[in-house]
Design a binder for this molecule. Sequence first.
Ligand code: ZN
Length: 172
Amino acid sequence: MASSVQDQLAKPLFAPLQREFCSYCGYPPVRRSRGDAARVCNRCNLGMVLRTAAHSVPRQDALFLIVNQNLLVQGVSRGAEAVLLVDEPDAVNTPLAELLTPGNGNASWGDLAELITLAVAEQPSDARIDLRTADHPLVWFAGRVSSCGLPPAALVLLTPLRTRALRSVGAA
Ligand SMILES: [Zn+2]
């Protein structure tokens, strides 16, 4: 019937296109059969399969964190582990402030908390925020906060900008 074709065409308009990714390696899960919905990534066997909007899905081996509404870390990608000097299992339920802090200048914890609250409520902002590692060595990032789930959480994508400590160590 014509109406069922129209219904199918209308679906993408009402449900934003979602993509699955692994909370650890960032890869999409391997589908072995239709309806085969793995909860644990079947590539690395370590991360959880999460969903996000197609335009927010991280690249493989990207640097990102999964953060809940209480600003507690729920996941650290393999790429972020190396830069933030943490191991994923140990970092779970760590306050975000122990790993990252807003960069100098116009960004504050209130801004970061607001971006995370909006993302967890599935109303992410397009705003970028400067972030840096909370500890040495200092690494600066451009941060973007998107929604992901389930359960609802914030996906904090990190693009490294520069490393400050390396320059001073090299000059010593
Ligand atoms: Zn994985």
